[in-house]
Design a protein around this ligand. Structure first.
Ligand code: NDP
Ligand code: HSE
Length: 438
């Protein structure tokens, strides 16, 4: 059989990795797909740039539309990133009846509902395994492997850059900016790294995971998003002393009232599996009613780990070429006419434990005042650590762990604590997740 002809949009970290994996494993991939997969044309902005891959035999262009419009290109792989140009290119490919593979989580989280509808009408697939957790086949696992389950919750480390930064801050005491610069050099970070450190990239991915886990529309705008940029080295240290580690988590949980969808740093017990996922590695725990807890672990970013997922999607697309479009695995796991309208809950309705750090006057009665304010809000304290102030200093650092409470109650209690005359500045708050049932 003739090779399937692929057009590649982007020859950067993931594009280059994809060319390399397709070339190195050409025969193995053909044995799986039933046909060889050949990149016939690729686009990049600067054709003079050094590449991590050998582009011999690939027609190169600076015009990505030329690739999409090329009649010889049967499948388009979008690895440019961003939401504007990428959307135009993907929609054009779909309109031309071409299957698409993309690693672009921003595109799927923002425009997936429209893109999948168009793809369904056109009878083509838009595959996006690489969009979540790099090389981990988490989309396929939830969409297909766990299809018999009612998914109860999922929680994961789904941004490699943030995990790399937190790991290096804790284990080597390195500075945030220094580690971020290294993540950029290694090709882990997004083109705009604020997407990584402000939690936006993780929220894109969580939005996608929640849609395929619970059968709800992609609702990025409803996700609560908080990144690691305000995590101070002292919080990393105090967490360690209390037997926890700070991790950046994406959590989606089904509740009777709706769905929790939140991305934020959290203290996780040091003995928990997720606390021990380090560096650029990602891990996603998924709890289904039939299977119980499951764990998926692997590299969350980087050229070849991500290419692994891109190529797996290509193989799937090739295998599905001769199947009836109506009988393919639905893009978002559930049949398009069976999507639920369960609401996404505001974060004020989340219930978690908390780590609180505040700067308090070092004098008798202050701790009792704080405990009274928290007690009035129905918040009980699990542990208190008071750091001895330096000789002669008036203020000391006070660190507390609370039991679980509704976020709204905690917001009110923090405002009341900050209003006490014995408290200086604002209270640092980090949620604590015990990942019950894991
Ligand atoms: P890179 O920046 O390394 O590569 C982007 C490629 O697209 C480059 O070849 C660039 O050309 C080209 N490009 C960028 N803008 C334009 C434009 N306006 N017109 C034409 N071509 C353009 O990005 P990555 O490979 O890291 O990421 C690609 C996608 O994969 C993104 O959606 C990202 O979120 C996603 N992703 C990335 C992962 C990673 O580990 N890096 C992991 C999982 C997903 P040139 O090279 O000439 O500049
Ligand atoms: N910037 C992303 C990360 C790439 O660090 O996880 C993988 O999606």
């Amino acid at each position: 059989m003739k090779p399937i002809r692929v057009g590649l949009l982007g020859l950067g970290t993931v594009g280059g990795g994809t060319v390399n994996v397709l070339a190195r494993n050409r025969e193995e991939i053909a044995r799986r797909a039933g046909r060889a997969i050949e990149v016939v044309q690729a686009s990049a902005r600067d054709l003079g740039k050094a590449r991590i891959c050998d582009t011999t035999g690939i027609e190169l262009t600076t015009d990505p539309f030329a690739v999409v419009d090329n009649p010889a290109v049967e499948v388009v792989v979008e690895l440019i990133g961003g939401t504007d140009l990428a959307r135009e290119l993907v929609e054009r490919a779909v309109a031309a009846g071409k299957h698409v593979v993309t690693a672009n989580k921003a595109l799927i989280a923002h425009h997936g509902n429209t893109i999948f509808e168009a793809a369904h009408r056109a009878g083509v697939t838009v595959a996006f395994e690489a969009a979540v957790a790099g090389g981990i086949p988490i989309i396929k696992a939830i969409r297909e492997g766990l299809a018999g389950n009612r998914i109860e919750w999922l929680a994961g480390i789904i941004n490699g850059t943030s995990n790399f930064i937190l790991t290096e801050m804790r284990s080597a005491g390195r500075a945030f900016d220094d580690v971020l610069a290294e993540a950029q050099r290694l090709g882990y970070a997004e083109a705009d790294p604020t997407f990584d450190v402000e939690g936006i990239d993780a929220a894109h991915k969580l939005t996608i995971l929640a849609a395929i886990a619970f059968g709800v529309p992609l609702a990025f705008d409803r996700a609560y998003t908080e990144g690691i940029s305000r995590i101070a080295p002292e919080d990393v240290g105090y967490a360690e002393q209390l037997g926890y580690r700070i991790k950046h988590l994406g959590i989606a949980r089904r509740r009777d009232e709706g769905i929790e969808l939140r991305v934020h740093p959290a203290l996780v017990p040091a003995s928990a599996i997720l606390a021990n996922v380090d560096g650029v590695m990602n891990a996603v725990m998924v709890r289904g009613d039939a299977i119980g807890p499951t764990l998926f672990y692997g590299a969350g970013a980087g050229a070849e780990p991500t290419a692994s997922a891109v190529v797996a999607d290509l193989v799937d697309v090739v295998r599905a070429l001769t199947t009836d479009p109506e009988n393919r695995v639905p893009h978002l796991a559930f049949q398009p006419d069976a999507i639920s309208d369960a609401p996404i809950l505001p974060v004020a309705q989340a219930r978690t434990a908390y780590y609180l750090r505040m700067t308090a006057l070092d004098r008798p009665g202050v701790l009792a005042d704080i405990a009274t304010v928290l007690g009035r809000a129905g918040i009980s304290i699990e542990a208190v650590v008071q750091k001895e102030p330096p000789q002669g200093a008036e203020f000391a650092q006070l660190v507390m762990l609370t039991h679980r409470v509704l976020e709204r109650q905690m917001d009110e209690a923090i405002a009341a604590v900050e209003a006490l005359s014995s408290i200086r500045g604002s209270v640092t708050r980090i949620r604590v997740e015990h990942l019950e049932g894991a």
